[in-house]
Design a protein around this ligand. Structure first.
Ligand SMILES: *Cc1c(COP(=O)(O)O)cnc(C)c1O
Length: 217
């Protein structure tokens, strides 16, 4: 199947109110342009340099989402244009994003990344640290926290994935009345996005099911 067929197949199976982030990491700008021509505007990248290089040559109305671990010293490169940072996991990172957003006279939308997976390799805040950060947001007038992001454990055990997504949805439901600006729940990738949507996700990050398997050098 072609890229556009892959995209449309996924779009046809998810409700219209769910944002599809097409995860284009490691894929060439030609592929992104092809999907752009078919109407896709939201793309996700996990590396700052790669996102900046693609942003420079592609149409300027693309919404670029940073979905990977973000080092503080690299925030400055994406601050002028990034649409949403999914991977905020510390006070110090918020502080740097706020500083760079201010320099560019803008407000940068962000999600708090919550660690729900059982793997050591996954980044993110635990629930109590996230709650504490939410009480400190007045220090960051150039940041708009719009929601939460989580990644499940890489496993075929769908019961485990389900429990992890459910735990994030429960936390979302618990804090949402107190922090009504929390509106986005970013969970679900190629292997688990239908389950994530069933469990309340409203933003899915899909890479290989659209672009094909990634070839890492
Ligand atoms: C790579 C990546 C995705 C997409 O993964 P696929 O399994 O290819 O859909 C989603 N979210 C994050 C944070 C990623 O790094």
């Amino acid at each position: 199947m072609s890229l556009v067929e892959n995209l449309n197949k996924i779009k046809n199976t998810i409700p219209a109110n769910i944002t599809l982030v097409a995860v284009s990491k490691t894929k060439p700008v030609e592929d992104i342009q092809t999907l752009y021509n078919a109407g896709q505007r939201v793309f996700g990248e996990n590396k700052v340099q790669e996102m900046v290089a693609k942003q420079e040559v592609l149409p300027k109305d693309i919404e670029w989402h940073l979905i990977g671990n973000l080092q503080r010293n690299k925030v400055k490169y994406i601050a002028p244009f990034v649409s949403l940072i999914h991977s905020v996991d510390s006070y110090n990172l918020l502080k740097e994003i706020n500083k760079q957003a201010k320099r560019h006279e803008r407000i940068i939308p962000c999600l708090l990344q919550i660690k729900i997976a059982q793997e050591e390799s996954k980044y993110g805040l635990d629930f109590s640290d996230a709650e504490e950060l939410l009480t400190q947001l007045s220090e960051f007038p150039h940041i708009e926290i719009q929601g939460l992001m989580g990644m499940s454990t890489f496993t075929d055990d769908m019961e485990q994935v389900k429990a992890e997504f459910q735990s994030l949805k429960n936390f979302y439901d618990q804090i949402q009345p107190k922090y009504p600006f929390i509106k986005i729940l970013s969970m679900g990738m190629s292997g688990d996005y239908p389950l994530a949507i069933e469990l309340g996700s409203n933003m899915v990050r899909v890479g290989s099911s659209i672009f094909g398997e990634r070839n890492y050098p």
